[in-house]
Design a binder for this molecule. Structure first.
Ligand code: GRF
Length: 204
């Protein structure tokens, strides 16, 4: 399956997907990395791996979110993309792109959903005093950080954690679960039943 990874920043999750897809047995190919920021660090990394890159600068579409998304969608279509993986893509999506890629767009969120949607998840996890925190890969639906859950990974919260130390621990599991979740989707093993994901055997 031809996959586009959408990023806004350093792209460490993007890199974990690229690394996994280097295995010939992996069921997906990272065919495109697209950023809404021309200065995203991940773009250069992707280019080093010989992957096609594209930029759609959201600042060229002030007040026109759908126009921005139509430009993104046109590139995805031109590149014959079949699955979209959001990886630190910091734009709220309108129903246009969500509907265009329904059941074919996935996202990684640095919390155990449905807890801690939105930003500053590690700060809020520490504030709440939870003892387990983690990351979630899910299909994208109209509401932010919502949609059927494909995979989750948990880490302990330690007494002396700061948002930084906790975030680094969570990032480690992000890099493990995102390649596995994408493989489940690309191979067709992650199936939707009543808007929940059933995945059979996870052999990746
Ligand atoms: C990750 O924590 C991801 O879960 C969140 O944004 C961060 C992106 O990091 N949505 P990176 O660009 O993949 O390194």
């Amino acid at each position: 399956k031809r996959v586009a990874v959408l990023i806004s920043g350093r792209g460490s999750n993007m890199q974990s997907l690229i690394a996994a897809a280097m295995d010939p047995a992996y069921p997906a190919e990272i065919a495109l990395v697209l950023s809404n920021r021309p200065d995203a660090g991940g773009l250069a990394r992707a280019a080093e791996f010989g992957i096609a890159t594209a930029v759609v600068d959201h600042r060229d579409y002030k007040g026109d979110r759908e126009g921005f998304e139509r430009a993104v969608d046109a590139i995805l279509k031109a590149e014959r993309i079949e699955i979209v993986a959001l990886a630190g893509f910091m734009r709220l999506l309108t129903p246009f792109l969500v509907n265009a890629w329904r059941d074919r767009m996935i996202n990684i969120h640095p919390a155990l959903l449905p807890s801690f949607k939105g930003l500053a998840t590690h700060e809020r996890a520490l504030e709440a005093g939870v003892k387990l925190h983690g990351a979630t890969v899910h299909f994208v639906s109209a509401e932010m950080d919502d949609g059927p859950i494909i995979a989750q990974g948990a880490v302990p919260v330690l007494d002396d954690d700061t948002p930084e130390t906790l975030g680094a621990r969570v990032l480690g599991v992000e890099h493990q679960i995102y390649p596995r979740a994408l493989a489940l989707v690309a191979s067709g093993k992650a199936k939707l039943r009543d808007r929940r994901v059933v995945s059979g055997t996870d052999s990746f």
